[in-house]
Design a binder for this molecule. Structure first.
Ligand code: KG4
Ligand code: ZN
Length: 404
């Protein structure tokens, strides 16, 4: 195990999807810089991320982004203790740009390389800020929240529930207790926004417009998902172990609600109105999601549909997360990933957590979406444990986190 009392400066690099990011983080908690070059406007023209374009943009941006992160942090390469990089999950070509660059840097500088799972990074975005708050209040606690934690990672590519614990200062372990069986929640936001003629990515558009509609106007239902068999030896502190075929399932499915919105659009003859809105937004790229001009492009029925969709999705995320937290005896809940930026989600999770007397934490908006500070923060316990990547570290597009 390494001496963790040094400066602990880690340069994090993230390139798993459509953001090229680099950050310098001290001791897993203090971000000295956090630079993100987003490709969002490039992919917006196609209504989704185009993998080949993403790789090309990462190649263009990575050196500049990394230099900017070092310069904002005010540190030199010699000051770094390690280089951390996202090894998966993500787009193969995009991941490879970050990995190749990090490997070259690690080799050239003679500094250790640490591979980080992107999903673990999202969880550590929350922990890092919680630790920073605790430190500023004078706490010396290793972990800012009581363990185990139930973590919901909810983004454009993932909707996962993990039971997270830590032994000592290092070695976090995760158990994947729920996941989507089809679309991710963010993907449902993006697809529904696209269907309704709104911009990309869809989350911020739906978030901004949902407050203008009636969330109870259209009722959407989530069916029961067949439970997966649970591993032997798993403990259920608050409940009897559920039988494989009859116990609760903490999995998600979002393809049904997407189809239900499509059916609603068709049965309510909304197509023409959608095309008018799509054309108006295409003609003026300066229009912002919550602006009066955009609200003016949406009739009451559309606003009600948007509000009802969001209400149903957030309700489903909330029910599954708190049910899993209760079943597995979690002492706190963390929510992270792009969809964690959603205002209704934050409000309803906070009030449910308060009702149950359970702490809940979210990342700042800056750290909700993809960034490299979370990668450097997740690398810190690995650095302390001396858990370094081999020279042949490669991209693992389907990389899983923890045991099932
Ligand atoms: O974590 P992220 O930046 O990238 C992935 O790893 O996927 O998440 C992007 C996703 C997109 O699907 C986007 O629509 C969604 O997060 N998102 C939101 C909001 N902001 C971003 N969804 C709901 N409400 C938001 N305010
Ligand atoms: Zn992400």
């Amino acid at each position: 195990m390494r001496d963790s009392t040094g400066t602990g400066l880690i340069l994090g690099i993230e390139s798993s999807c459509d953001e090229t990011a680099a950050a310098v983080v001290r001791g897993g908690s203090e971000a000295l810089s956090n630079v993100v070059a987003s490709q969002m406007s490039l992919h917006a023209n196609y209504g989704g991320v185009v993998p080949e374009l993403a790789s090309r943009e990462h190649l263009r941006n990575i050196v500049l982004v990394m230099r900017e992160a070092m310069s904002q942090a005010g540190v030199g390469f010699d000051d770094l203790d390690a280089i951390a990089v996202t090894e998966g999950p993500g787009l193969a070509g995009a991941l490879l740009v970050g990995i190749t660059y990090a490997k070259a840097l690690s080799y050239g500088l003679g500094k250790p390389l640490i591979g980080v799972n992107h999903l673990e990074g999202h969880i550590h975005a929350v922990l890092m800020e919680a630790r920073q708050r605790a430190i500023s209040q004078g706490s010396q606690a290793l972990t800012p929240m009581e363990l185990p934690l139930l973590a919901l990672v909810v983004s454009g590519g993932h909707t996962h529930l993990y039971l997270a614990r830590q032994s000592g200062e290092a070695a976090w372990s995760y158990r994947n207790v729920g996941r989507t069986v089809d679309d991710a929640a963010g993907e449902a936001y993006d697809k529904v926004a696209k269907l309704l003629g709104l911009g990309y990515p869809g989350g911020p558009w739906i978030d901004a417009l949902a407050v203008r509609g009636n969330p109870r106007a259209v009722s959407f239902h989530f069916g029961q998902i067949k439970p997966r068999p649970h591993r032997e030896g798993v403990s259920f502190p608050n409940k009897k172990a559920p039988a494989a075929s009859t116990g609760p399932s903490f999995d998600f499915s979002f393809s049904g609600i997407k189809t239900a919105v499509l059916r609603y659009v068709e049965t309510h003859q909304m197509r023409e109105r959608i095309e008018v809105r799509r054309a108006a937004l295409a003609a003026d790229a300066t229009l912002k999601p919550g602006s009066e001009a955009v609200v003016g492009l949406c009739d009451a029925e559309t606003l009600d549909l948007i509000a009802s969709f969001q209400h149903a999705v957030v309700g489903n995320l909330l029910r599954q997360t708190f049910a899993a937290a209760e079943t597995f005896g979690a002492r706190g809940v963390v929510v992270s990933g792009g969809v964690a930026a959603n205002r209704e989600l934050r409000r309803r999770f906070q009030s449910e957590a308060d009702r149950r007397g359970l702490p809940v934490a979210f990342p700042s908006l800056e750290l909700s979406t993809d960034n490299a500070a979370m990668i450097a923060a997740a690398a810190w316990p690995k650095f302390v444990a001396g858990d370094f990547a081999a020279e042949d570290l490669g991209a693992t597009p389907q990389l899983r986190l923890g045991q099932v």
